[in-house]
Design a protein around this ligand. Structure first.
Ligand code: UDX
Ligand code: ADP
Length: 465
């Protein structure tokens, strides 16, 4: 039968942002393996089998089309696929807990634990289990205890292989990662399992980029990588506040410090704040872990990264209101962008959510435009839409959004916002017209000459009155 043709059977539990693209890439690079992705969400599994994939990622559909039905399969039959698999990647969601002990900080491991129990119950042979989801350090220890108490004489090796891909560049990141990290127990069995996973990635990634480590280092490194990235943004954002007081210019400061090769020039763009499903969640998780070990000073240090981020969001809206003569009540405000960053429709933890809610509470009338995120924006603002349907409108056309607006706030760094006809936009707007550039992507001099009052993150204020 066709089943015998494959060298190995790989299963991925969880068909989300991480599992879907990662398995599609492995399938493309390793035609010798059969790869199946399962999920409890049948609608998601159905969508993966159409050309309207459940997530938007540039280049993803092309990869999926190459391998779907050949060596990449989708299914809701979790148990029989567990039974067949040699290697199981687990990439279920691990959101922040919204109840009980650790509420608002700790990772909610219920999905992960349910998966572990399904694996234990359905398995009939030894397997390698790989944590792909981001998890608190030492989660693998709990998994080992759950899985290896089975009475069937089956042995499970638990590995950690965190995923570092970013949304919007997932395919590029998977094809050419800075590194792949695989952690295991440093026992003979653990190292053998780790080498099997190294062999998968070695099909397309140079060996010197495949790092191996102990289990705990791999788990912790994922949280720390995200914490360091977020820390850079909070650091530059904190300095943007100082720039606005001193006529220093944050882009010039970023450039000046970023050219020091010890500092490096990436992730130094000041903004209205970082968003996305990972940074805040992972830092709070790190904070919770530190606290649980009694490392309170360390916890406070990392917590401050999140605090500066919400300070930046608040500062941005407060500045808008102050400049618009201390009231936005009844005024039309156009929000350009709602996604947490460009090239994605994802709005999770987007700074636009805070900005929109705050402006609505101040009785502003919002028109939100975004090339990909309007559907999600409607979901995020659902409670507000019910209260007063007329206070928020949506359009894909930025010119329409700007019509009769008193102000525009740039909240996502979409490329298309750089090249709009701002002269035309100015003419469409109420006067005095304001632009608040929360991403520092526009030509501020040019806008000022057109007649706008321009307030950009970390830049000297330009106003005509
Ligand atoms: C992040 C990590 O980059 C990735 O390695 C990890 O696997 C998941 O979390 P992602 O959330 O997709 O990826 O987005 P990222 O590109 O890191 O951006 C996060 C947020 O920071 C966005 O809101 C972005 O706009 C903001 N950002 C980024 C800045 O404000 N300034 C910068 O200089 C860079
Ligand atoms: P990530 O960004 O980490 O990939 P997502 O939320 O996009 O997270 O995807 C996680 C997926 O895991 C979801 O599609 C969810 O339905 C799925 N999932 C959660 N629990 C289970 C489970 N016990 N078995 C199978 N799939 C699960």
């Amino acid at each position: 039968m066709a089943e015998k043709e494959f060298k190995k059977r790989i299963l991925c539990i969880g068909a989300g942002y991480v599992g879907g693209p990662t398995m599609a890439m492995i399938a493309q690079k390793c035609p010798q393996y059969e790869i199946t992705i399962v999920d409890i969400n049948a609608a998601r599994i159905d969508a993966w089998q159409t050309d309207d994939l459940p997530i938007y990622e540039p280049g993803l559909l092309e990869v999926v089309k190459l391998v779907r039905g050949k060596n990449l399969f989708f299914s809701t039959d979790i148990d029989s696929n567990i039974k067949k698999a040699d290697i199981i990647f687990v990439s279920v969601n691990t959101p922040t807990k919204t109840y009980g002990e650790g509420e608002g900080k700790a990772a909610d491991l219920q999905f992960w634990e349910k998966t572990a129990r399904s694996i234990m119950n359905a398995s009939e042979s030894d397997k390698i289990i790989i944590e792909k989801s981001t998890l608190p350090v030492r989660t693998a220890y709990a998994m080992e205890r759950i899985l290896n108490v089975n009475t069937k004489g089956i042995h499970f090796d638990i590995l950690s292989n965190p995923e570092f891909l970013a949304e919007g560049s997932a395919i590029k990141d998977l094809e050419n990662p800075d590194r792949v990290l695989i952690g295991s127990r440093e026992t003979a069995s653990g190292i053998k399992a780790r080498n099997e996973v190294v062999d998968i990635y070695a099909n397309w990634i140079p060996r010197n980029k495949i790092l191996t480590s102990n289990l705990w280092s791999a788990e912790l490194s994922k949280l720390v990588a995200n914490a360091f990235l977020a820390q850079r943004i909070s650091s530059i954002n904190s300095i943007s506040a100082l720039c606005e007081k001193t006529e220093a210019n944050i882009s010039e400061v970023s450039n000046a410090i970023g050219t020091d090769s010890r500092i490096g020039n990436k992730f130094l763009n000041a903004s209205v704040g970082f968003g996305g499903s990972c940074f805040k969640k992972d830092i709070l998780n790190l904070v919770y872990i530190c606290e649980s070990y009694g490392l309170h000073e360390v916890a406070r240090y990392w917590e401050s990264v999140v605090k500066i981020n919400s300070y930046q969001e608040k500062r941005f809206v407060k500045n808008m209101i102050t400049l618009m003569f201390n009231t936005v009540s009844g005024k039309n405000v156009a929000l350009f962008g709602f996604a947490f960053k460009a090239n994605t429709g994802d709005t999770r933890e987007s700074p636009a959510i805070y900005v929109a809610r705050h402006l609505i509470n101040e009785h502003a009338k919002l028109t939100i435009t975004d090339p990909k995120a309007i559907g999600n924006a409607k979901e995020e603002l659902k409670p507000y839409l019910k209260e007063d349907i007329s206070s928020v409108q949506f359009t894909e056309n930025p010119y329409e959004a700007a019509k009769d607006a008193h102000a525009i706030a740039i909240l996502t760094e979409w490329n298309e916002y750089r090249d709009l006809d701002y002269k035309k936009i100015f003419e469409l707007m109420e006067k005095p017209a304001f632009i608040f550039d929360g991403r520092d992507i526009l030509d501020h001099e040019k806008l000022f000459k057109i007649g706008f009052n321009v307030s950009a993150i970390g830049k000297p204020l330009m106003k005509h009155f």
